[in-house]
Write a protein of this length. Structure first.
Length: 346
């Protein structure tokens, strides 16, 4: 803490300035009153986004709004990452690894369905791009994928847990995604533990929530598939508030009601399940998780002299983009009755 400002104080100040630019409730109130997407362009121009849509032709599309919002977030991230020194530089690199995993799985899945490589690369998240990404599409099995492309990427250590899954079919690709995320989250968690201090305190809560959410979602999504109970348990991260007893019970669950009964035993997650469910259209379990994640990420800014705010800001910005896209889609599809089902941040 005593030496934090020497290397990282300036970047923390920049990030807190970015955080002040997040949309307020008044901004959302203006957006939901828009009649067409071009009205959204005018309202967003009066916020921290500025004239980022000024050069886009009318009528504007929701995909364009999503791309430009993401582009703004990536610019802010790279601006800070370019000035970061160790250990903040490595910490910010860890944030990008999750996007790399998503991009790899997207490319492999797209190739499996014979989609055009250029089209797939355009859909990849900018924070997860790396050199030689385009050559992923030539791999036919995991060993080939690892040895020809991924061995030189930061994800190489995580792939050693997937090398037993030789065939690149849809089931194995989903297992690969979850196995990679498990290894990534555990590695990131241990790195934050080594950093210590307020970073460890804040990131422990954020990453434990992410681990628990993944365990619950993996369980729910495995019902009715070929994934057995033993395979399911292997995909759970090795930490979290549900670890180990809750995850052991989740591994034996047979339906969504049993999952709900298990999770309700944990006071942190009980309120999330009270007014939501796996099949509730008004407030899904996913929405409840997003709302809780926003709460945790906002709390990260209550402390100073730690790296957790860099992670929290990216997550808050992601949620803001989801909100903007949701509102834009409701306007474009004339579904005004559902337009207020976004997750408020401030």
């Amino acid at each position: 803490m005593l030496t934090f400002n020497i290397n990282d104080g300036y970047l923390e100040a920049i990030l807190r300035g970015y955080r002040l630019g997040l949309l307020t409730q008044a901004d959302y109130s203006n957006l939901v009153q828009c009649e067409v997407l071009d009205d959204m362009r005018l309202h967003l121009a009066q916020t921290g986004y500025g004239d980022f849509l000024a050069n886009e032709p009318s009528p504007i599309h929701t995909t364009t709004i999503a791309e430009k919002c993401t582009e703004r977030m990536v610019q802010e991230f790279h601006h800070i990452r370019a000035q970061a020194v160790e250990p903040l530089a490595t910490f910010m690199d860890y944030i990008t690894y999750g996007y790399m995993i998503d991009n790899i799985v997207l490319l492999i899945t797209g190739t499996l369905h014979e989609r055009d490589t250029t089209e797939l690369l355009e859909k990849c998240h900018p924070l997860g791009m790396f050199e030689s990404m385009g050559t992923l599409t030539v791999a036919h099995n995991i060993s080939e994928l690892y040895n020809s492309v991924l061995v030189d990427t930061p994800l190489a250590p995580y792939f050693q847990f997937c090398l037993s899954e030789e065939d690149l079919d849809e089931m194995n690709i989903e297992l690969i995604r979850n196995t990679l995320y498990k290894a990534y989250l555990e590695d990131f968690y241990h790195y934050c533990q080594r950093l210590g201090g307020s970073t460890e305190e804040v990131m422990t809560g954020l990453l434990e929530f992410e681990a628990d959410r993944r365990a619950i979602n993996i369980t729910l999504n495995s019902f009715g598939t070929e994934i057995g109970k033993d395979d399911r348990e292997k995909l759970y991260p090795g930490f979290g508030q549900l670890h180990p007893d809750g995850m052991a019970k989740l591994a034996k669950a047979d339906d969504a009601s049993q999952v709900q009964g298990i999770v309700e035993g944990y006071i942190t997650y009980r309120p999330l399940l009270e007014n939501s469910s796996y099949t509730n259209e008004e407030r899904s379990l996913e929405d409840a998780f997003f709302q809780h994640e926003v709460k945790l990420n906002k709390l990260a800014f209550e402390l100073q002299f730690h790296y957790g705010i860099f992670y929290a800001y990216v997550k808050l910005k992601e949620q803001e983009i989801r909100n903007i896209v949701w509102i834009a889609e409701c306007i474009a599809q004339d579904q005004k009755s559902k337009i207020n089902q976004y997750v408020p941040i401030f």
